[in-house]
Write a protein that binds this ligand. Structure first.
Ligand SMILES: Nc1ncnc2c1ncn2[C@@H]1O[C@H](COP(=O)(O)OP(=O)(O)O)[C@@H](O)[C@H]1O
Ligand SMILES: [Mg+2]
Length: 315
């Protein structure tokens, strides 16, 4: 799939400012993987689940469920992940339940900083590593990661552990996690943004934080909800002149002018992003739709795959 560089890694981490379209992109990527015939897991991180509903399935909760053929989803939460980790260590459910009853689990999560992130990332990377009948359980694991600062907190856990934990199984785990996260051949971190001032500024900061605090060099930026350029600058100026015309022309001209101005603004923000980040950038269109479901996400997946004849990647 030549038009989709960086999107076919074993582990794909989708992050960016809240509301920029991370969950929508994670779902589109899952659809692309399923189109390639792959078996894919989308992990949301302690979120109000959005991915399974976008695929027309009920929320999965903390247990992995198949949302549609080939696409599985899960909502990874601190208590469920800690419980799983505890069971992994303690082995016996009855013992675990006696020792780690719910109140205690919540207490631990409150008082041990980073424990929630550790067990959630551990759970996700455990799935990346899991094998069934001698082959990987998942062809791809997509993480619908938290927004900016929380994503950095989540992803820097293995590195932080390496500085704290003495040699032993826990350290080996942290080492494996860190190697996986930092290996560009296996892991791609994608920054999602909108072509607007605050999201672009935040994407630039996130790129820097991932590099400096985590050691991850993002693979690419997805600029979502890019308004279409419909008018030339000259046409846009003429629309301004028509704004005072009697209805319906005046009202239509004002609406069109607004669209033109928005698109010019988006282009400016896109250029700012391009000059600040030396990363591949793909643009996804702003879809004029009120209801979001699988059909809308399929359209974004088509664009990502270059199915409408044009590559979404900027030259
Ligand atoms: N390309 C797009 N065009 C128009 N609306 C979009 C587009 N992508 C996402 N949206 C809408 O933007 C909102 C935020 O998307 P979502 O994926 O939930 O963001 P995030 O996960 O980053 O918080 C949703 O209502 C979604 O339907
Ligand atoms: Mg989301």
């Amino acid at each position: 799939m030549a038009s989709v560089p960086h999107l076919d890694r074993r582990l794909v981490i989708v992050t960016g400012k809240g509301g920029t379209g991370k969950s929508t992109m994670a779902t589109a990527l899952a659809l692309l993987a399923a189109r390639r015939g792959q078996r894919v897991l989308v992990a949301e991180v302690n979120a109000t689940e959005r991915v399974a509903p976008l695929l027309g399935a009920p929320p999965a909760g903390p247990e992995i469920r198949e949302a549609r053929p080939g696409i599985f989803t899960v909502d990874v939460t601190p208590p469920a992940s800690l419980r799983e980790y505890g069971l992994h260590v303690v082995k016996l459910r009855a013992v675990y339940d006696a020792v780690f009853e719910n109140r205690l689990v919540r207490h631990f999560l409150r008082v041990v900083p980073g424990l929630g992130e550790l067990v959630m990332l551990g759970k996700i990377l455990h799935e990346v590593r899991a094998e069934e009948r001698g082959r990987p359980r998942w062809d791809q694991v997509i993480v619908d990661a938290p927004a900016t600062g929380h994503a950095v907190q989540l992803l820097r856990v293995p590195g932080a552990m390496l500085g704290m934990v003495p040699p032993g199984p826990l350290r080996n785990d942290a080492q494996w996690m860190q190697a996986m996260l930092l290996d560009p051949a296996r892991t791609a971190a994608l920054l999602v943004t909108l072509p607007e001032e605050m999201p672009v500024t935040e994407a630039i900061e996130l790129d820097q934080q991932l590099r400096e605090r985590v050691g991850i060099i993002p693979a690419a930026v997805l600029v979502n909800a890019m308004p279409q350029r419909r008018f030339t600058a000259a046409q846009s100026a003429r629309l301004g002149a028509l704004a005072a015309a009697p209805p319906p022309v005046g009202a239509a001209a004002r609406a069109a002018r607004l669209q033109a101005v928005r698109s010019e603004h988006a282009e400016r923000e896109l250029s700012r992003l391009r000059s600040a980040l030396r990363l591949p950038i793909a643009c996804l269109p702003l879809l004029a739709t009120t209801g979001w479901g699988t059909a809308e996400v399929e359209r974004l997946a088509d664009t990502l795959a270059g199915e409408d004849g044009a590559s979404p990647w900027l030259a």
